[in-house]
Design a protein around this ligand. Structure first.
Ligand code: GAL
Length: 633
């Protein structure tokens, strides 16, 4: 596989006379991929069953014959206005009970059977027409599932779907009442038809009800995607992708990925720093023009694990975006750094969003590679530089990392359903651990808990894993290095109840969580020897060896053999101590990196990236701000 660059292009937004010029310039810039079509439904089918394929035929011909491979998107993220006349009840309903309106995108409800049929119909027509097109390189299904808070829908269609899903899961109402503990507060149901969606209850809904709804909603996304994947496959042998978002936890990307050949995601480092990274204001100020030093890498590592290893960045920020609270311009060099960083994590293609800034519509303030006057925009030269550089380093490369970090979407739902402390965020907990590992120069693979090769990693971390499934228990029983679990590991049964033998309930680990507490932001629980627990702490008991102590004498971490249970959310100092000690024990190399510098190893290369706004020294190299160094291993 060869490293390559691309862009997102919307031929329907530009006069056809421009297409050949644009295509020629893309190739001159060094791009070899172009993605299109994902929002073009109203242009393809302007009236129900009335098709206008000719423009798309021509656009594919023009771009393809210029030398570009095409990613064609199914346009189902933007159903046309006429769809509402056919299916007036297809709109998603928000948690406030209000129907979401037409006029932007992603307004459909995943559970509406009529809309799902429409989505499969249009995907099937596109597949039949273009499935073996010589210039078609890959498919993209829909765009950014879940984005703009669109996974959970409280529509009538969702209610019917949820009742069916529950009937299939539980078989009879008795087992559902038992699993949910409906004896509590007189919530016993007599039939599945009596069950509503978990909104507008007086106080919190039953957590098992809420959790089942989250699972149902995620299954709907998986099924929606699988239905399109099946019809594309029936007509085409080109690889199928979906384009995922950053910090989007509302559905299970691993489950969706089982129906894909390639996972892609959208990397907007500056927008994400402003609206998706939990960090102090001075941190955000320091990295305002570079992005958070770990957020891109986290998603590169996450999505690499989603579709069996093949992954791309489908949308790379090239300049200011339009959608974050503040939208600064990148520091010169950062577009190149972000691109190389994605390659360092094993990406096949980095594709810039978008080719030309549109002077109309919702995203007119969003930069592209070309300005609205069609002059090259600020990122142009950096993209040209990377295009030249990858010619000298063409091969996509990844090796197995020494560390596996477990990421489990269901745990994110569980701890949203029952945070127990308002700042308990599963994502932030896992991300803290990821950051701690990266500060030590470690390369990381992010895997689902049922990943088959988990036992092969010297070091596995699984913070906040709400239930321990059979596959995961098998993996950790076979682990040869160290597995660090907790806090909140195995804290619930699959029915969202506290296991009455107490968590974590691992046969080989003689340690129990006697009770838990959440901590206010101005509280901490100091550890003996330095560092503290923040947000969350557990009281541990049992006969396993105490390997870390709280200052109050209690056990902070306990170990039996290859398994360590960590009874709290460690702060930076505590995490650093734990990780350094464990790596030293396991013989895993750590590198002390200056603040803002990050390292990533592939099979044959070692990359250094300077996210900091000042020059930095690392491993004998001086890196300017936005600097990239590539060393041989
Ligand atoms: C992405 C989306 C694109 C565009 C872009 C703007 O989330 O896929 O269609 O809206 O953001 O940054």
């Amino acid at each position: 596989m060869r490293r390559a660059l691309g862009t997102c292009y919307y031929p329907e937004q530009w006069a056809p006379e421009r297409w050949p010029l644009d295509a020629g310039r893309m190739v001159e810039l060094g791009l070899s991929w172009v993605r299109m079509g994902e929002f073009a439904w109203a242009e393809i089918e302007p009236e129900p069953e009335v098709f206008a394929w000719d423009w798309l035929d021509r656009a594919m011909e023009v771009l393809g014959s210029a030398g570009l491979s095409i990613v064609l998107g199914t346009p189902t993220a933007t159903p046309p206005r006429w769809m509402l006349e056919k299916h007036p009840d297809m709109l998603a309903v928000g948690a406030d009970g209000r129907t979401r309106g037409f006029g932007s995108r992603r307004h459909y409800c995943f559970s509406h059977p009529g809309y799902r049929e429409e989505a499969v119909r249009i995907a099937g027509l596109m597949a039949a027409r273009y499935g073996d097109h010589p210039h078609l390189g890959a498919w993209q299904i829909d765009n950014e599932y879940g984005c703009h808070d669109t996974t959970l829908s409280y529509s009538a269609a969702a209610r019917v779907g949820f009742q069916r899903w529950l009937a299939a899961k539980y078989g009879a109402i008795g087992p559902l009442n038992a699993a949910w503990g409906n004896v509590f507060w007189s919530m016993t149901y007599r039939a599945f038809e009596e069950i509503g969606l978990p909104i507008a209850t007086v106080t919190v809904p039953n957590p098992t009800h809420a959790m089942d709804f989250r699972r149902f909603a995620a299954d709907e996304v998986t099924a929606f995607n699988a239905a399109q994947a099946a019809v594309l496959r029936a007509h085409s042998d080109r690889p199928i992708s979906h384009n995922f978002m950053g910090r989007e936890l509302s559905f299970d990307a691993h489950a969706v990925g089982a129906d894909l050949e390639i996972a892609t995601w959208d990397s907007y480092p500056l927008g994400f720093l402003e609206d998706r990274v939990a960090a102090a204001p001075d941190w955000k100020r320091r990295f305002a023009r570079q992005g958070d030093p770990d957020f891109q890498a986290f998603h590169h590592d996450l999505y690499r694990g989603v579709a069996g290893g093949r992954w791309w960045v489908m949308e790379q920020q090239p300049g200011p975006v339009n959608w974050a609270p503040y939208n600064p311009a990148p520091l010169p060099g950062m577009v190149r750094l972000w691109t190389w960083e994605a390659f360092a994590h094993g990406a096949e293609v980095i594709s810039y969003f978008r080719w030309r800034q549109a002077p109309f519509g919702q995203e007119q303030m969003h930069a592209g590679l070309r300005r609205p006057d069609d002059a090259p925009a600020s990122a142009w030269e950096e993209v040209a530089a990377v295009a030249a550089e990858i010619a000298a380093r063409p091969d996509v490369a990844t090796g197995r990392a020494p560390v596996a970090l477990v990421f489990d979407y269901a745990s994110a739902w569980a701890w949203e359903v029952e945070p127990q402390g308002q700042d308990f965020s599963y994502f932030d907990l896992v991300y803290d651990v990821y950051r701690g590992l990266r500060r030590l120069g470690l390369s990381i693979d992010i895997l689902p808990p049922d990943a088959e090769d988990l036992a092969a990693y010297p070091l596995v971390l699984a913070p906040g894993l709400w239930t321990l499934g059979e596959a995961f228990l098998r993996s950790i029983a076979a682990a040869k290095g160290q597995v660090i679990l907790g806090p909140r590991a195995g804290a619930k049964t699959m029915d969202f109840q506290i296991p009455t033998t107490l968590p974590p309930g691992i046969p080989d680990l003689e340690c129990r969580v006697a009770h838990v507490e959440s901590l206010r932001p101005d509280m901490e629980l100091p550890l003996a020897g330095g560092g503290a627990f923040r947000h969350w702490a557990e009281t541990l008991e049992g006969t396993a060896e105490v390997v870390l102590q709280r200052a109050d004498g209690g056990a902070a971490a306990m170990r039996s053999g290859a398994l360590t249970y960590l009874g709290g959310w460690p702060d930076r100092t505590a995490l650093d101590r734990i990780l350094r000690a464990t790596c030293a024990e396991l013989g895993i190399e750590v590198v002390d990196l200056p603040d803002g510098v990050r390292l990533r190893d592939t099979g044959a290369e070692r990359f250094l990236f300077n996210y900091g706004p000042e020059p930095a020294e690392a491993l004998g190299h001086t890196l300017p701000p936005a600097g990239v160094a590539i060393l041989a291993r």
